[in-house]
Design a protein around this ligand. Sequence first.
Ligand SMILES: [Zn+2]
Ligand SMILES: [Zn+2]
Length: 174
Amino acid sequence: MHFNAYGGNAALLAAALANLDDSCDARTVEILLAEHRVARAALTEAQLEELRAWCLPLWEAFAAPTTREQVIAVNRLLADAAAGPYVSTHDGQAPHLHYADEDADVVTRVRAATAAGLALVLTETDPCRLGRCGAPGCRIVFVDVSRNGRRAYCSRQCATRVHVSAHRDRKRQR
Ligand SMILES: [Zn+2]
Ligand SMILES: [Zn+2]
C-alpha cells in the first residue's frame, strides 16, 4: 500500500503512542517521537502527562469496532487537536500541508499530526487499515500496511497462539 509519507508516518506514530503502557517514562516517549521524525521532542513532566492522556483516545480510534465509530473517534481527535492546519511554501518548497505551526510546542504538534494521520488513513486508504490485534487479551493496535489489508494480529506470536489454541479445540472435538 502506498502511504503519503507525512500522513502515513503520523498514523504509525499514533499506533506507537496508543500501544505505550501507562507507566512509560519521558525518555521512552522522547525516543519514540524522535524515531517518528518529530522535531524538538524533549518533554517536560507536564507534557508527558498530556501525551499520556492523548494515548487512550488514539487507542479508541484504532479499536472502534465499526467504521462509523472510527469516524466519530477520529473527528473527536481532530476537534481536540484544534491545531489550525495550513498550507506552507517555506524554503522554496511546493505548497504542502502543515498540520500545526512548526513553532508550536511538541504536544500540540504531536496531537495535530496523529489526528490528521488517522484521518488520512480513514479517508485516503481504507478504514479497515486501522486495526486491533484479534488475539484474546491482546490490546495492541496497528496500521495495516500489508498489501492485501487483511492483517489480523499484531505479531507472529499472537497469530501462533490463536492458531495453536484453535488446533487444540478441533482436536478436542474429534
Ligand atoms: Zn513543511
Ligand atoms: Zn497481539
